[in-house]
Write a protein that binds this ligand. Structure first.
Ligand code: F6P
Length: 538
């Protein structure tokens, strides 16, 4: 049983240190130390990580890293990589890192090396995607595939959509990709609008193959396809493939397990985009690029696994999050990619971070008694600047921001890139250093407007500057956040690998479905729920 976080020596030191730091201004820290912007930086392969604009000193960092050590982060990290069953509530190993382990590696789960299994699936995916991409895979009427529709939700959707959008530049443009997740029929209807079943491939992506949304959409897709193709059920084999851990449910649905790409219970849903759940990604960008993405993921895994804590990007990111959440009482973390291809990255991170660390009890089931996971949110810059940045600059909330930018643009269209990056750098500068009343007055601003034009500053941010958005660097970025989540979970002593908080609503919906369908059913909910059901029925 681990010690209570708030009783740890470093926690207590951080509490008193916080008293000294809370009013310190970034402006003063930078003025006192001319090299701060070069020292609070890590450069790990293509990633330049500037964390100098955080409300920390060398002492803060050393206390935070001391807390990580005292909490046993290194041992927990080793336990994860070695396949120990650290997902204790589900008695499972946690081995998304094995999904990107190189071919000759060994990762044991219950004494069995899973790496050859991973590579066997990758090879099957490669063969299939080559066939589809080359046009050799024919549909029921002999036509090649033009449209790929991934049906899945949560981790079986957000990772694939994010990666597809992020890597669109590398995608095969004569294939069109659509993603259906919502049980709202409008999602399916719009995804198949104007496309022909003869040229459509559905990927039914579901770890469990029981999820209401995915199973409903999959049935609707089956009906839609068979209606268009004259009702011959043998057409399903040419137009449906499944990605799942549940072979039995897949064949029950009517998909030949030959057309199934498997993965394992040691891959969590939100950690699954580098498993066969990435099939749509491979179809879009091809296996070579896909393997590059895996190499990037692996490179960051290795960095996290081996780098000393003070040179370890996910460790420093994670500990900064602890500093803000548990000492400053910060409740949100903004993600601002200055890269339009990363427009779905914040949504992807929301599941990764919030489904993982949105927990209120420790591994032993005790109430934590301190703040855990924060709300992640964001939009690409510069769009956000013309919307919610007002609150980030002048509101009353403290919102740490992650700026993510790339040095080399994928589409060279001067002067766009310079304008984009100038804005990203300027935002971090404005947030940190603000603008004083004196500076505003010196511009001749009327007295009654001065207060409105003041920027308090002292608002923290990290900047991740990466060479170029490509499959490898996307892989690094994803693994970097995955491991940051893990670091925080270790400090908070919570399980980031289960998601029991999503269950209650699902169960209650199952009770309500028959009550909506059969109006004679007597309602026995609270008065609000009863009234809502009655309103719908009417
Ligand atoms: O409801 C939450 C959840 O279980 C996620 O964790 C998961 O990614 C998603 O549903 C989809 O699950 P599946 O892949 O089993 O359909």
């Amino acid at each position: 049983m681990s010690a209570l976080l708030t009783n740890l020596t470093h926690w207590k030191s951080l509490e008193s240190h916080f008293g000294e730091i809370k009013n310190v201004q970034l402006k003063d820290l930078f003025e006192k130390d001319g090299t701060r912007g070069e020292r609070f930086v890590l450069k790990v392969s293509d990633i330049y990580f500037d964390y100098s604009k955080h409300r920390i000193t060398e002492e803060t960092l050393s206390l935070l890293l001391g807390l990580a050590e005292e909490r046993g982060l290194e041992a927990r990290r080793a336990a994860m990589f070695s396949g120990e069953k650290i997902n204790s509530t589900e008695n499972r190993a946690v081995l998304h890192t094995a999904l990107r382990a190189p071919k000759g590696a060994t990762v044991l789960v219950d004494g069995h090396n899973v790496v050859p299994d991973v590579h066997a699936v990758l090879e099957k995916m490669t063969e299939f995607s080559n066939q589809v991409r080359s046009g050799a895979w024919k549909g029921h009427t002999g036509k090649s595939i033009k449209y790929v529709v991934n049906i899945g939700i949560g981790g079986s959707d957000l990772g694939p959509v994010m990666a597809y959008e992020a890597l669109k530049h590398f995608s095969q443009r004569n294939l069109s990709f659509r993603f259906v997740s919502n049980v709202d029929g409008n999602d399916f209807a719009e995804a198949v609008e104007g496309i022909s079943a003869e040229e459509t491939l559905f990927i039914i992506s579901s770890k469990t193959f029981t999820t209401l949304e995915t199973m409903t959409n999959a049935q609707t897709a089956r009906t839609w396809l068979l209606e268009q193709l004259g009702g011959d059920a043998s057409a399903v084999a040419k137009h449906f493939v499944a990605v799942s851990t549940n072979g039995e449910a897949v064949s029950k649905f009517g998909i030949d397990t030959q057309n199934m790409f498997g993965f394992w219970d040691w891959v969590g849903g939100r950690y699954s985009m580098s498993s066969a759940i990435g099939l749509s990604t491979m179809l879009a960008i091809g296996s070579e690029h896909y393997y590059e993405m895996l190499a990037g993921l692996h490179e960051m895994d290795e960095h996290f696994r081996t780098a000393p804590l003070n040179e370890n990007i996910p460790v420093i990111m994670g500990m900064l999050g602890i500093w803000y959440a548990d000492f400053f009482g910060v409740q949100t973390q903004a993600i601002f990619p200055y890269e339009n291809y990363l427009k779905r990255f914040p949504a992807y991170l929301q599941q990764l971070t919030m489904e993982s660390n949105g927990k209120h009890v420790t591994l032993e089931g005790e109430n934590v008694g301190y703040q855990t996971g924060v709300v992640y949110w964001g939009e690409p810059g510069t769009n956000g600047q013309h919307s919610f940045y007002q609150l980030v600059h002048q509101g009353t909330l403290l919102i740490p921001c992650d700026f993510i930018g790339f040095k080399k643009p994928l589409n060279v269209l001067p002067p766009h890139q310079d304008y984009l990056i100038a804005n990203m750098i300027a935002q971090g500068e404005a947030l940190a250093f603000g603008k004083t009343a004196e500076a505003v007055k010196a511009e001749g601003v009327a007295d009654n407007l001065v207060a409105h034009k003041v920027f308090e500053g002292n608002r923290p941010s990290s900047t991740f500057f990466i060479d170029q958005l490509n499959p490898k660097n996307l892989g690094k970025l994803i693994a970097m956040y995955e491991h940051c989540v893990f670091v925080q979970s270790v400090i908070w002593d919570i399980n980031p690998f289960d998601q029991m908080g999503v269950e209650l609503g699902k169960v209650l919906a199952q009770n309500i479905i028959p009550e909506l369908q059969d109006t004679s059913k007597v309602l026995q909910h609270d008065s609000s729920t009863n009234a809502l059901i009655e309103y719908y029925r009417s």
